[in-house]
Design a protein around this ligand. Structure first.
Ligand code: TRP
Length: 327
């Protein structure tokens, strides 16, 4: 089975990214042949700082390796290193519906809050469809917010297949289980996020241990005293979930262990547990990130593997669409 996922090199990565994303990827590589793509071409669809893009691309790569992705086992690469992605995107735009692109909620949401809306923001899902389809991907682990984009990729694959002949595998999404969503520690009904969340409520993976402990100490819990997961107690539920993940047990076990205890105990313990949980990742990250030539050498290997896999699909696309191959 083929698995493909893309991650944008933007924003400081946080505990939610790690628990719901990177850590899952490391498990996903056990399921089959996995491709993890740092989607730098997607990151220019909203205004970006060139220096930032450069640094964050390498930051993210080091972070993915630190989180357990094995470059020998999986193909981990940068999207712009494999030119097939940009080419596929153009070819696929011929079988993408303009109307469907206009209905993408992410386009509407991101477009609404900007003065300048780039054409790239609009065609973003076409590039994403190409990412997935080039590798004849079976399964795509993604967040719930990407469901509509995956639907579009499936539609594009089907339209291409029916117009030009069977070329693409129609991919399916793998969505995180409920509970794999980590919420902001301050605004407990919002997902933890470096763009939409609060500074105090977002635990960054590279926060110093004392900063992490403090953020948990100040976490918003809810009224009532009982430490139980409940719909009307999103703050408590979130802390219980995080502690369960960090200590590798179930939320129910956490609840039992905290029977009769107060929120103060819970907050201190979650803080300590998260520090212990992320410290090895942070240390490994810092070590890897310090050696840029080595990171780039490893990335070149990833690009080569990815290119080898993407090339035949791209060639088939050109051929079936009627292009004359260069003699
Ligand atoms: N749009 C995805 C996001 O923002 C990133 C992405 C780009 C992606 N290409 C992909 C995810 C291909 C899965 C497969 O999260």
């Amino acid at each position: 089975m083929r698995i493909f996922s893309g991650i944008q090199p933007t924003g400081d990565k946080h505990l939610g990214n790690y628990i719901g994303g990177f850590r899952q990827y490391a498990k996903t590589q056990e399921l089959g042949e996995a491709f993890f793509c740092i989607v730098d071409l997607h990151s220019i669809t909203v205004e970006h700082d060139p220096r930032d893009l450069y640094e964050r691309t390498l930051d993210l790569y080091a972070m993915l390796l630190a989180a357990g992705l094995d470059p020998n086992r999986s193909t981990v690469f940068v999207q712009s290193h494999v030119t097939a992605h940009a080419e596929a995107s153009w070819l696929l735009s011929a079988v993408t519906s303009f109307g469907q692109l206009g209905r993408m909620t992410q386009f509407k949401e991101k477009g609404d809050v900007r003065e300048f809306v780039s054409a790239g923001l609009f065609t973003y899902p076409v590039l994403m469809a190409g990412d997935i389809l080039l590798y004849r991907t079976d399964r795509v682990p993604i967040g719930d917010d990407q469901r509509q984009h995956l639907e579009l990729a499936r539609d594009v694959a089907e339209r291409f297949n029916s117009r030009f002949g069977e070329t693409f595998v129609v991919p399916e999404g793998i969505y995180p289980e409920v509970g794999a969503r980590i919420m902001d520690l301050q605004e407990t009904t919002r997902k933890m996020s470096t763009t939409g969340g609060t500074e105090q409520g977002t635990v960054k993976l590279l926060d110093e241990p004392d900063v992490i402990r403090k953020k948990f100490r100040l976490a918003v819990t809810d009224s009532g005293r009982e430490i139980r997961r409940a719909a009307d107690k999103p703050g408590v539920s979130n802390l219980v979930d995080i502690l369960a993940v960090a200590t590798d047990c179930t939320p129910a076990e956490v609840e039992t262990a905290y029977e009769g205890k107060g929120y103060g105990d819970l907050k201190t313990d979650v803080g300590d547990a998260v520090v212990a949980f992320v410290t090895p990742v942070r240390e490994r990250y810092l070590e890897l990130r310090g050696d840029e030539p080595e990171l780039r050498r490893l990335l070149a290997g990833g690009a080569e593997k990815a290119e080898t896999e993407a090339a035949p699909t791209l060639a088939a696309m050109y051929e079936r669409m009627g292009f004359v191959a260069r003699g």
